[in-house]
Structures are given as C-alpha cells and as structure tokens.
Design a protein around this ligand. Structure first.
Ligand SMILES: [Zn+2]
Ligand SMILES: [Zn+2]
Length: 397
C-alpha cells in the first residue's frame, strides 16, 4: 500500500511549539493534507506519551491510531555540538525505557531533549533498541549535522538509516554528495503547529506492506520510498546565507570575509545552498538508481495568501483553503491532480496561481537567516534557482 508519511513533528511540549499540537488536531489536519502516517514527535516526553496513550487506540506493532490517522513513535534529540538527530522508535515501552535512561538536564521540560552524547553514541543507543536513526535537517546552520562535520561518517562512524533533507534542501542538492548515494532521504515537515502551511509541508510517499513499525523499518532500509514531496528549497528559511537579525541575504564569500557579522550588528548564518556547495563531490546531481523523485510543493495556504494579499492564518485564507479541501479531499489533490476547470468552479481567483505553480513559473524570493522564502507572481525564474544578481552583497546594502 502507498502511504503518505510525515515522520518529524513536535508536540505541544517542545520549545516554541503551538499549544494546539495535540493528537486530535494533528490527526484532523493530517487528513486534510492527505497524510495517513505521522510521527508523534517528542516520544521521550512522559506527559506527551500519556496523551498519546489516552487519545489513541493501539493497533499493534508500534502504531497508535486516531480516526483515519496512524502514528508511529518518533523523537528529535539534540546531541553534542548541538546536532539534531531523528529517531523512529518501535514501541511505547522502548520509548519510556530509553527516556528513563537518557542523561539529559531538560528531558522533562522540553519535548526535544538535550544530551551530551555524540552522534556515534546516540546511534549505538538507538541500535540497541532496534530504532531507526538519522540526522534531522542535515544541512541547516544551527543544528544540522553537516554544519559541524564534512562527512556523515565523522558524526556517526557508521551509516545512518536515513538522512532528513530539511526544508531548505532537496534531492537535487543532496545528490551532489557522493557519500549519500546509498542513504535513503526523508522529507518531513518538522511542524511546530497544525496550521496547513506547516504540518505535512514535506512528506514521504512510502510503499508499505501494512501500517506497522516493522513495515516502515523494512521500507526505509529496502528502498521502498516512492517519492519525496517537499518545499521548493529556496522557500526554506536557511536556504541562502543571510543575517539572523535583519534577514538580509548576503553573498557567502563576502559574509566570510566579514567574519559572519552583518552591518546591522547581527550574525550571518551560512545557507544550506552554500554549505552543500562546500561539501559537494559533483557540481551536478548524480542520482543513484534507487533514488525516488522529489516533487516540489508550495503550501496551498501560502498560494491563497499571495492571491488575496492576506496573512496565511487569516480567516479569509483559511476559509478559502477549507472550501477547496472540502471539495477535493486533500491539499495534494488540489495542488497536483485536480483539473484546473474543476478548481475554477470553486475558486476562479486561484486558478491562475495553481496553474503557475504547476508550470513552475511562480517567483520565490528566497529564504535565509531564519526567514522563510516568499512566493509571488512578480518575476519568473526558471527551475526555482536563484540568480546570482538577486543576492545583495555587503557593499551594496
Ligand atoms: Zn531540529
Ligand atoms: Zn543584518
């Protein structure tokens, strides 16, 4: 069976997470987004585990079900050098045991616990418990594995089960790195709120025998990921090198010359685009035989927000989003499959934008320094690549 799975979200117990990140809300939104399998996130947090136990039905083999939505236990953990790892866990008992034994000062406070263990130690722990493990948002500048290491093997000593691309990267970018050729890629939302432009903004289409931890494990290990769906990478908030205070996009070479200090006094963070160019083996992607396609998305709510020039969480945008979802089942259907003449019967204003999205002619002003990229009709770019002259240098601030 083909299943759409978003395996990295955060509960209401994670720092900077919405109080609405509760099982009922996540399950409802997942349905609208066309997802069948979700990671619970925060599976080392005792309060969150209690909520999962109380608000889902156990379907066996590590799966907790709420209405049409199934959950598998996952957590993100911050190890030494502030690197984030994603762990997929077989059962509640194992999650509890791992959490009890974890040496962490904040494990009861934050859904994403911090530990002093390094990547290799965290991997050994995960393997002892039959979990799956890989770097979360591997290329991002604050907490991605590649910000500290030039090789995944320097971090883990062994091959991880997967690598999570993160919102600012895609398969075309990551397949420039030779050591990743035999590592499966995951694309997950890392959502901190159930809003439709957050939850499921990236997901994996996986061929599963059935919905169970064992099938998921075997699918990830045996190249059964059929497609990665994710943001156009320059929409990601760390795609370009940029200032974390004023969000100016800065030429990475000039940023380096200025010791990563912006004119505004802020700190400049290296973009995922540039980091990948530093560690890349090839200038062009070399896709291995088993690499599934990467299908680029833009959140439908952000497209609606652009057309009506209203904030993405406003009533106008949310009600127009809901109108389409009610008619056509889920967001992926609306974005990719529903014929335009059918969409125009529900909302004529939106049809040109969805047509443009499908033809890849929407303009993206790229994200960087912690600010998401923005969609507009203003200028057309090809293949979503950012032209060099779009980068503002420190000299022409
Ligand atoms: Zn993270
Ligand atoms: Zn600045």
């Amino acid at each position: 069976m083909i299943v759409n799975a978003d395996l990295h979200v955060h509960s209401c117990f994670s720092m900077a997470s919405s109080k609405d990140m509760l099982i009922d809300n996540i399950a409802l939104q997942a349905k609208f987004k066309g997802l069948q399998l979700l990671g619970t996130g925060d599976a080392f947090h005792p309060e969150w585990l209690k909520i999962i136990e109380n608000s889902t039905k156990y379907s066996g083999d590590g799966i907790y079900s709420k209405n049409d939505c199934d959950f598998v236990l996952t957590t993100e953990i911050e190890g030494s050098k502030r690197i984030h790892h994603l762990i997929i866990i077989p059962t509640m008992e194992i999650a509890k045991e791992m959490a009890n034994n974890l040496v962490s000062v904040n494990k009861y406070k934050d859904g994403r616990p911090r530990t002093k263990m390094n990547g290799a130690e965290i991997m050994d722990l995960a393997k002892d418990y039959d979990c799956l493990i890989g770097p979360a948002h591997a290329f991002t500048p604050w907490t991605g594995m590649y910000k500290s290491y030039a090789s995944v093997y320097d971090c883990y000593e062994k091959k991880p089960d997967f690598l999570e691309l993160g919102l600012s990267a895609d398969t075309n970018m990551a397949d420039k790195i030779k050591e990743l050729q035999d590592i499966p890629f995951l694309s997950n939302s890392d959502a901190h709120s159930p809003w439709p432009h957050r939850l499921g903004r990236e997901f994996n289409q996986i061929n599963l025998e059935d919905i169970s931890f064992s099938s998921l494990k075997s699918a990830i290990k045996n190249n059964k990921i059929k497609a990665n769906y994710g943001l156009v990478p320059n929409l990601g908030k760390y795609h370009m090198t940029g200032c974390t205070k004023c969000y100016q996009i800065v030429d990475p070479i000039i940023a380096k010359e200025n010791k990563m200090k912006c004119r505004c006094g802020g700190t400049i963070k290296k973009g995922v685009d540039f980091r990948i160019s530093e560690i890349a083996t090839w200038k062009k992607p070399h896709h291995p035989k088993n690499r599934p396609p990467y299908i680029h998305l833009m959140p439908l709510a952000e497209i609606i927000s652009m057309v009506y020039d209203k904030g993405v969480t406003t009533k106008t945008v949310q009600s127009k989003w809901k109108e389409l979802i009610n008619q056509f089942e889920n967001e992926i259907e609306v974005l990719i499959n529903v014929p335009l003449n059918k969409i125009s019967k529900i909302n004529e204003d939106l049809t040109p934008a969805i047509d443009s999205f499908r033809k890849k002619t929407l303009y993206v002003s790229p994200g960087g320094g912690g600010k998401y990229g923005e969609i507009s009709f203003d200028e057309k770019i090809q293949d979503h690549t950012v032209k060099k002259e779009k980068i503002i240098t420190l000299d022409n601030f």
